[in-house]
Ligand binder design. Sequence first.
Ligand SMILES: C[S@@+](CC[C@H](N)C(=O)[O-])C[C@H]1O[C@@H](n2cnc3c(N)ncnc32)[C@H](O)[C@@H]1O
Length: 331
Amino acid sequence: MCRGRAVMGVGAVATEDVHQRTPMTQPGSHDHVPRIPQEVTMTAPSITTSPTGDRRSVDHSTTPTPDLRAIKARQQATWASGDYGHIGVRLQLVGELLCEAVDLDAGERVLDVAAGNGNASLAAARRDASVTSTDYVSALLEQGRWRADADRLPITFQVADAEALPFDDGSFDVALSVFGSMFAPDQDRTAAELLRVVRPGGRIGLASWTPEGFLGDLFRVIARFAPPPAGLRSPMLWGSEARIDELFAGHATDIRTSRRHFTFRFVSAEAFIELFRRWYGPIHRAFAAQDEAGAQAFHDAMASLLRSADRGTRGALAVPAEYLEVVVTRA
Ligand SMILES: C[S@@+](CC[C@H](N)C(=O)[O-])C[C@H]1O[C@@H](n2cnc3c(N)ncnc32)[C@H](O)[C@@H]1O
């Protein structure tokens, strides 16, 4: 219980307990065909809404009520399309910085949620943490295993849905998610699961793209060509301090947030588009849904965005992409 304790960094006050519940069943081993692990019925903890004064407001656009389960099944197929590993390896730095942000100690039990091919998992294992790397796309976990083997790092890999983590309450000292938990469609439930599996006093470290940053702009371009399901909350809300308050402040003794930038570096805008078109599920799928004219228009819209965001000074593309780094200390 953390009633009345100030939450630092976001100016909110915690007022509620986390509701504990029984452990989930194991969803299966890492090497089965990708599928959403069996879900169990649960009631997510009620999350306190925290008025945040000068914070940016949260756009909830939640009507009509979307079928989150069907949406998640489609999203899982999208992330399994292309080969996200080609993108993931470029983002390694964010996992390293997040491990420092949570001040990770050697020996701590770390869960990486929606780990993809393992950036935060590898970073934590390099700091001698005891790491469990999870995602609902088993092929990506397999790539994480290759990377861990190459670096001689011990990591446990397990297929898991971020909305139904197959772990007991309080099993981890630290939960991490780099551009991962933000994509689960039921945001309250995902936050509740992160809070549930971390012990009291443990930390949750998140890196999420911001709505105002380059990825926010890129997803708005994608949405013009492949509109998201009606009523679905934007994943980029995890990159807003106000939404982080809503999701976590009622269950935290401390929340620290920092806006950071990851810079995408490519030889050209064309090289960026080519890589993302081929390998990045959401863009790969959106291109596949276009006819020839639509694909050209989508390409041109991406190229225009990239050129306007380019801060390169020597001919190569350098696009700074803002993200919100968050460290929640669980009550
Ligand atoms: C942008 S990638 C980030 C991957 C990785 N964390 C990184 O740093 O590169 C998003 C990842 O979230 C995973 N994901 C999305 N929704 C998920 C869910 N509900 N449960 C588990 N994984 C999920 C996808 O499979 C994908 O690997």
